[in-house]
Ligand binder design. Structure first.
Ligand code: BGC
Length: 760
């Protein structure tokens, strides 16, 4: 700990130290006036500031720009965009004197029903991690901290404060932790917010394994851990586990418990001192940076940034030619979202926006003539036949009908999960009726998560804006008329129906536990493994131009444990318009290792190309890219053998497959005893020779009783039986000699397995 901090701590009373470990109020850390330790303010949230007005209630926040929510930002597949969003939010935070922005929110989208999915990034940990690291770097480059949240496995709102997310260690390590791991290792966030929930029965806030061993020990986190608001159960246990700051405040009640525990000798004072040092380290860092002159808040400028970013987040899901709208075409706008777009979600991330642009405002500002009929309201499921008839008539008399649809606010929010994946009936109904009379029907979606689209085959085009921030109307206008190029990709699978989703039977659990029975098969890992049809796959998104890949190559055919292999591919814009392509690299394990998803995203890159232009994209592969988390080893592990490097436009559009061999001396722990199946021994190159020799010796008795095709035991059946036979079967079937050879065989097999290679 730095000297100044150690000196401060030495001067503090026990009460002052305990006090520093909880908030002064809803949004501030405590000051220690006599030692010049200032109070630091923290505020939500992930996509804009929700900074409470001086003296106001929790719903009175200052005006700030509302940027694309996590669902939309992730659809950009663009680390530069996330960095820019972070920088702009960081500047606003500096301008208003904040110390820490409470975000990014990076929990994995286990089910499309999670009420907070609109804040979260993806079903895929690689995508979520890369984007989150860029966002954190962006904010922190402006001298303000971040708090990646909610660490960890907080994947539902139902009973979020007590429910236990139950899963294997492998699932936790491979799916629910890597986004945090990447963020911590690459972006060094000032703080991390621990989540409300339990994991396998233990509150995350009381988990030494998560908060100390993994977060600090393995990943090198050097900031402080703060609790989600009201997440602390046993304050003393939480402090001992590594939860430094309780938020918001407990009115001194929990501080006194800390004091009492230290006095009683049940909590070492050194543990408290460490937590205080971590809090002070960040508060003083902020105070130091905050001495520089504050930038002015420029909301008008930031609003323009929000528009630009919003346009780059939209995903063109389908287009049979209706888009972009051509000059001179007669256009009908239908649906309440054209006048009142949904651009953010409800709960702690809710921003009091500077200005909201609707598509109708944008059309007016650009002098476009559109015939608007509300058709259905944006805030509820309401069907009025007269409005429907007007809408259908307007569509019939237009060249293009654009329906602005989406989820009303009450359908998805922090605090509760969705019960279904449907749009309001009134919207589905009107879309179908409009599509029946207008072949150029375009649906623009404003949702924070996937919805079932029963009309997808009837409409011409679908443009998903997600919750695109306060500039969403202007962004949609630019995309519809071709003033901007659609370039987003789906950060999550859009399934055909809710019943297809991986945790359909287990979500959200019984209110006490949520069993993560689907394991690592989350999102496309599940749909691919089951070869299921989906509405739109992970990574999918169209453009107004087209791209081809050429000359894909690996720098070597073989990757070694500590080596790297470079993947290069040339991307060419073959269309007539500029546009962006997202090159996605997946890895498929072909070694026969059980339980691995068919493929997993490991890298991606977004490139902008003029028509006819091309560029080379490069990725560097390491052993970690091939690995899974092996519980026996307690480490990441890739089996030696064959892998395929897949380079594609989406998870289901992969033009390029490159074979790669992995060579390693590492092996999983292999313990041989009398119950080890002979098949395992025959498959391992170290034990196979020993085993083969023995089988030859006792061929007749042990295995060689396979007959022809019509025999009771065919040769194939005999082989399979041998594969499954434990060593002890030598005693049952091999006769006295084989039985006598067993102890010697066990010794020889064990001698063939040097322990150091197993890293046991
Ligand atoms: C949310 C956090 C948020 C905090 C403060 C909690 O209810 O889960 O994401 O940062 O409130 O508003």
């Amino acid at each position: 700990m730095p000297d100044t901090i150690a000196e401060l701590i030495a001067q503090m009373t026990l009460e002052e130290k305990a006090g520093l470990c909880s908030g002064a109020d809803f949004w501030h850390t405590k000051a220690v006036g006599r030692l010049n330790v200032p109070s630091m303010m923290v505020s939500d949230g992930p996509h804009g500031l929700r900074t409470q007005q001086e003296g106001g209630g929790v719903n009175d926040s200052i005006q700030a720009v509302c940027f694309p929510a996590g669902c939309a930002a992730a659809a950009s597949f663009d680390t530069e965009l996330l960095r820019r969003e972070g920088e702009t939010i960081g500047e606003e935070a500096r301008a208003v004197g904040l110390g820490v922005v409470l975000g990014p929110a990076i929990n994995i989208k286990r089910s499309p029903l999670c009420g907070r999915n609109f804040e979260y990034y993806s079903e895929d940990p690689c995508l979520a991690g890369e984007l989150s690291a860029a966002f954190v770097q962006g904010v922190q480059s402006r001298g303000v901290g971040t708090s990646p949240k909610h660490f960890a496995a907080n994947n539902q709102e139902y009973r979020r404060m007590t429910s236990s997310s139950n899963m294997t260690e492998r699932t936790l390590r491979e799916i629910y932790l890597p986004a945090f791991e990447k963020t911590v290792k690459e972006a060094r966030p000032w703080t991390v917010m621990s989540s409300y929930n339990r994991i396998n029965g233990t509150y995350v806030g009381e988990s030494r394994t998560l908060l100390t061993d993994i977060l600090r020990g393995e990943w090198g986190f050097d900031g402080f851990v703060m609790s989600d608001w009201g997440a602390v159960s046993d304050r003393v246990a939480a402090l001992a586990a590594g939860l430094d700051l309780e938020m918001p405040a407990s009115d001194g009640v929990n501080d006194q418990k800390i004091v009492a525990a230290v006095r009683a000798g049940t909590l070492p004072e050194a543990v408290l001192d460490k937590a205080v040092a971590r809090v002070l380290n960040i508060v003083l860092r902020w105070a130091d940076l905050a001495r520089a002159p504050r930038p002015a808040l420029d909301l008008a400028r930031d609003h323009e940034t929000a528009i630009r970013l919003g346009a780059q987040c939209a995903v063109l899901l389908q287009n049979r030619g209706a888009l972009p709208i051509q000059p001179g075409q007669k256009v009908a706008y239908i649906g309440g979202f054209a006048a009142t777009p949904r651009y953010q979600g409800g709960g702690s991330s809710h921003v009091n926006p500077y200005r909201v642009d609707s598509a109708l405002d944008a059309a007016a500002a650009r002098g476009r003539t559109v015939n608007y009929v509300e058709g259905f309201p944006a805030d509820r499921d309401q069907r009025e036949e007269a409005e429907f008839l007007k809408a259908v008539e307007a569509a019939e008399h237009a060249d293009v009908a654009v329906i602005f649809a989406g989820l009303p606010d009450s359908f998805e929010s922090e605090g509760y999960d969705r019960k279904h994946m449907c749009l309001p009936d009134s919207q589905n109904n009107l879309i179908a009726r409009v599509a029946a009379v207008q072949k150029n029907t375009v649906v623009v979606l404003h949702t924070g998560s996937p919805v079932e689209c029963p009309w997808a085959d009837e409409v011409n085009a679908v443009l998903c804006m997600y919750l695109g921030g306060e500039g969403v109307g202007t962004a949609a206008d630019a995309l519809l008329y071709g003033d901007a190029e659609p370039s987003g990709r789906l950060p999550e699978t859009w399934p055909l129906r809710l019943e297809d989703t991986p945790c359909y039977l287990d979500f959200p659990g019984d209110g006490h536990t949520a069993e993560y029975r689907e394991g690592v098969y989350v999102g496309y890992r599940w749909y691919d493994a089951r070869r299921m049809a989906v509405r739109w796959p992970f990574g999918h998104g169209l453009s107004y131009t087209g791209f081809v890949y050429k000359a894909a190559a690996l720098s070597a055919d073989t990757l070694t444990e500590d080596g790297t292999v470079t993947v290069t591919v040339t991307v060419r814009n073959t269309g007539a318009r500029p546009g962006s392509e997202v090159v996605q690299l997946y890895i498929a394990d072909e070694t026969g290792t059980a339980g691995r998803p068919p493929k997993e995203l490991r890298h991606f890159a977004k490139v902008w190309l003029e028509p006819g232009a091309e560029t080379q994209v490069r990725f560097t592969l390491t052993a970690r890219d091939l690995s899974y988390y092996d519980e026996k080893l307690g480490d990441w592990y890739a089996a030696p053998g064959a892998y395929t490097v897949l380079v594609g436009h989406s998870s289901r559009n992969i033009p390029t497959r490159l074979p790669l061999q992995f060579v390693t001396d590492r092996r999983r722990p292999f313990t041989v005893d009398e119950n080890t199946p002979m098949g395992d021994l025959l498959q391992d190159e170290r034990t196979a020779p020993v085993m083969q020799a023995v089988l030859q010796r006792f061929a007749g008795a042990m295995g060689d009783n396979g007959g022809g095709e019509n025999a009771a035991i065919t040769a194939e059946a005999s082989r399979q039986m041998m594969d499954a036979m434990p060593l002890r079967a030598m005693t049952s079937f091999g006769g006295a000699q084989a039985a006598a050879a067993l102890p010697g065989l066990l010794a020889a097999l064990r001698a063939a397995l040097p322990e150091k290679k197993d890293r046991e």
